[in-house]
Design a protein around this ligand. Structure first.
Ligand code: THU
Length: 134
């Protein structure tokens, strides 16, 4: 059974995660909260590095936490930034691997939901695991 989506709660968890963002270079904290199919929520923040490309985004932090706990199926992710920015391409791709239909809630650090879309709308005709079968 798919977990119920409590949007306000998911955004609140993403905001809490953003407070741990390690962002000495960009000063741009991002928080994410990923709702797995069985109902557990995984928070994540961006973690930057002096070797800039080694930085990991908040969404992928949450995703790798979840997958490393055995989760493979997701209902939704909330992403919070001060500007209401959308997930980057790498995060879209990583999330698409598991649940192309998951809901993506884009919100501000104040908790305002800017919009909500299905991941496959953010990554149309995405490349997923089944492509490797052809
Ligand atoms: N960032 C994320 O955490 N998620 C995204 O989807 C876009 C960008 C982070 C990476 C970097 O720490 C900061 O935002 C500025 O790019």
């Amino acid at each position: 059974m798919k977990a119920d989506l409590d949007r306000a709660q998911l955004v609140a968890t993403a905001i809490a995660a953003s407070r741990h963002a390690y962002v000495p270079y960009s000063r741009f904290p991002v928080g994410a909260a990923l709702l797995a199919g069985e109902g557990r929520v995984y928070g994540g923040c961006n973690v930057e590095n002096a070797a800039f490309p080694s930085t990991i985004c908040a969404e992928r932090t949450a995703l790798v936490k979840a997958v490393s706990e055995g989760e493979l199926d997701f209902v939704a992710i909330a992403v919070v930034t001060r500007s209401g920015g959308a997930p980057c391409g790498s995060c879209r791709q990583m999330l698409y691997e598991f649940s192309p239909g998951m809901r993506v809630l884009v919100a501000t650090l104040e908790g305002e939901i800017c919009y909500e879309v299905a991941l496959q709308e953010l990554l149309p005709r995405g490349f997923g695991p089944t492509e490797l079968d052809g």
